[in-house]
Design a protein around this ligand. Sequence first.
Ligand SMILES: Cc1ncc(C[n+]2csc(CCOP(=O)(O)OP(=O)(O)O)c2C)c(N)n1
Ligand code: SF4
Ligand SMILES: [Mg+2]
Length: 272
Amino acid sequence: MKMVHPLEKYIRPGFLSTTSCSGCGNGIIAQSILRAIDELKIKMDDFVFASGIGCAAWIPSPSFYADVLHTTHGRPVAFATGVKLSNPQLKVMIISGDGDLMAIGGNHFIHAARRNIDLTVVCTNNGIYGMTGGQVAPTTPFGAETATTPYGNLERPFDLCRLAEAAGAVYVARWTTYHARQLTQSVKKAIQKKGFSFVEVISQCPVHFGRRTGAGDAAAMMRGYKKNSVGIKKVKKLKENELEGKIVVGEFVDREEPELCEEIAKMRQRIK
Ligand SMILES: Cc1ncc(C[n+]2csc(CCOP(=O)(O)OP(=O)(O)O)c2C)c(N)n1
Ligand code: SF4
Ligand SMILES: [Mg+2]
């Protein structure tokens, strides 16, 4: 009997192979997203996915069996905004990397959050530019050695969830690839939430981050995520020094604000 993976129906026929290196976190993220869609029973035809440039941008493209926009570097949020405004009925999800979304694409990201347009953003945060050879990113930890910081990173990284919250996102959560089930639950909430939702996934790039920073291979990195993650509810009980090197995971924001497409529809009614 031929074994068929339960999520295979979401993969474009002939595109089961992956561009990711072995041990990369991208496969876990892809599965968590597809499982969320499966559990919500939403048809792939109701989705449009957008990604930019980088390893993470290959998560939906070309393998997700849906309309997928593989756009230019830093611009998936801009493309997704256009799609959503032209057809607000669609579920529009952006899946891309920390560099793509938060470096070159940072302005698109914060302004989409400010507008509270109904988009779901899943950001693979591997703390580095993976695809181009392991250069420093705005998420690289302070002091980390990368291809472009051989003596250690002198810049402090963004806290992506706090950035999303401050910019106006109505749903914000962070998990790691160790938390695949929790990630699925957050992606489900993010898809269902009316407004700008942001899910950050701390993910392993063993080839560049692991090798260059000393974090080790994929298994070592995932053991580190397990050991060093602290749930948001526990954080208040910990002292500042106890939080050093920890990854705070959980849901940070779940709030209601007027959503842009709905406000546009109301305005159209008003000015008829
Ligand atoms: C305008 C432009 N500048 C720079 C690049 C080179 N470039 C491609 S991907 C990338 C970084 C991707 O990093 P990230 O989004 O974190 O993805 P990862 O590969 O780590 O998943 C860069 C700098 C490009 N393609 N286009
Ligand atoms: S270079 Fe890193 S992020 Fe890119 S596919 Fe390989 S392991 Fe994954
Ligand atoms: Mg990256």
